[in-house]
Design a protein around this ligand. Structure first.
Ligand SMILES: Cc1ncc(COP(=O)(O)O)c(C=O)c1O
Length: 398
């Protein structure tokens, strides 16, 4: 079906690799399993979302439109204004998406239109390394080649300026991830300014993955989003910028499959056109539940409180044993082990029945170096009691 065989370039997903790593491994100590590998929120989905679903079951009887209901686009643009002090036109600059994953993937098809064999256009897509693997799959299936920009261990972020002019001139799209998965680092306004300058100079579209924007340490300033940065820097048309956000992490609703894209009206228009054919309209029932979720902040604040509590408890237990830095945002520890991440993850599973994600599974080797190697990602998604228990077991093993 695909003459280029781009499908063959898709790498096994990190969790598939984890299953392969643990194949034949067994925990024999009788301890209950604690899974801190997958970034799936486990705090309860708020009742107000569940109730809105029940109240709007009539939506199951209608085909939804791809552009989404005006009431949802208005709720999203109101939320963006409250949270980021950025104005977006609900008619032309916002679209609902079925969680950010599908949109991060399909958006590349829009930007990379015309790339690849047949068109003989050599296109690049740049993104951090380690990274959320969808960026790479989107790149390959869009007929482009990935440019891995290693994350600086000091800042937890990638410096796209390190790329040469020859690479940048072929780069059509940059995925940026702030708050970053896995490091939790966030862009400052100055970082955003530099990124916009680079994108302007080389006419690159910025796809800003912001699904962790609401999970930041209690009592600290909220991370600056792409739209906010653009607005503050006088770029209120959001030229060449599109942000991706989602209710999955913010509202503990990964199964709702609800998020938004917002930004450059021309890009939104092209994406809407693509999505109409792609068939990714959001059920009206889910749209109404999403309105309820975007309109409430109480459950989000409680979420932050719970994650902050877990970060503190976990790092206190491991103090002096494992060098852990509580990140400004996200719900992951990104820990430098100073030893093989895969061997450690396997030993931890077998001896302590705790599952973590080896960092090398999230990265790619560039010039013989995988920046994820010797690291583990620890997702603090389980309860405080389970996270504390896992930290204690990790301490014993180390
Ligand atoms: C960096 C990053 N982006 C996007 C997503 C996709 O989340 P969703 O599709 O639930 O919005 C995830 C999920 O774990 C993620 O870690």
């Amino acid at each position: 079906m695909n003459p280029l065989k781009n499908l063959d370039k898709l790498q096994p997903y990190p969790f598939e690799r984890l299953r392969a790593l643990f194949a034949g491994s067994q925990h024999t100590g009788g301890l209950a399993h604690v899974n801190l590998s997958i970034g799936e929120p486990k705090h309860p989905t708020p009742d107000l979302i569940k109730q809105a679903l029940i109240d709007n079951l009539g939506g199951l009887a209608v085909y939804p439109g791809t552009q989404g209901l005006p009431v949802l686009r208005q709720a999203i643009s109101d939320w963006i204004l409250r949270r980021f002090d950025a104005l977006v036109d609900p008619e032309t600059q916002v679209l609902p998406i079925l969680g950010s994953r599908e949109a991060l993937f399909s958006f590349a098809q829009v930007v990379l239109d015309g790339c690849g064999v047949g068109n003989d256009v050599d296109c690049h897509v740049a993104f951090p390394n380690p990274f959320y693997q969808i960026y790479e799959g989107a790149t390959f299936l869009g007929g482009a080649s990935p440019v891995f920009v290693n994350i600086d261990p000091e800042t937890g972020l990638s410096d796209f300026h390190s790329l040469g002019a020859d690479v940048l001139s072929k780069t059509k799209l940059m995925y940026v991830c702030s708050p970053n998965n896995p490091t939790g680092a966030v862009y400052t306004l100055e970082d955003w300014q530099k990124l916009f300058d680079l994108a302007d100079e080389h006419d690159i579209v910025i796809a800003s993955d912001e699904c962790y924007s609401e999970i930041y340490l209690d009592g600290t300033a909220a991370p600056i989003g792409g739209l906010e940065a653009a607005s503050r820097l006088g770029r209120s048309d959001y030229n060449n910028l599109i942000v991706f956000s989602s209710l999955s992490k913010r509202s503990n609703a990964p199964g709702l499959r609800s998020g938004y894209v917002a930004g450059d009206a021309d890009l939104i228009k092209a994406f809407l056109r693509y999505r109409t054919y792609h068939g990714s309209a959001m059920s009206t029932t889910v749209q109404m539940a999403s309105v309820a979720a975007w309109n409430d902040e109480e459950h989000v604040a409680e979420n932050r409180r719970l994650y902050t509590e877990k970060f503190k408890a976990f790092s206190a237990i491991l103090e002096g044993t494992l060098n852990l830095h509580i990140p400004p945002a996200g719900f992951y520890f990104w820990a430098d082990l100073g030893q093989s991440d895969t061997a450690f993850a396997k030993r931890l599973f077998e001896q302590a029945h705790v599952t973590l994600l080896p960092g090398s599974f999230l990265g790619r080797e560039v010039n013989g170096f995988n920046p994820g190697a010797n690291h583990v990602r620890i997702a603090l998604v389980a309860s405080l009691a389970e996270c504390s228990e896992a930290a204690q077991r990790i301490r014993n093993i180390l």
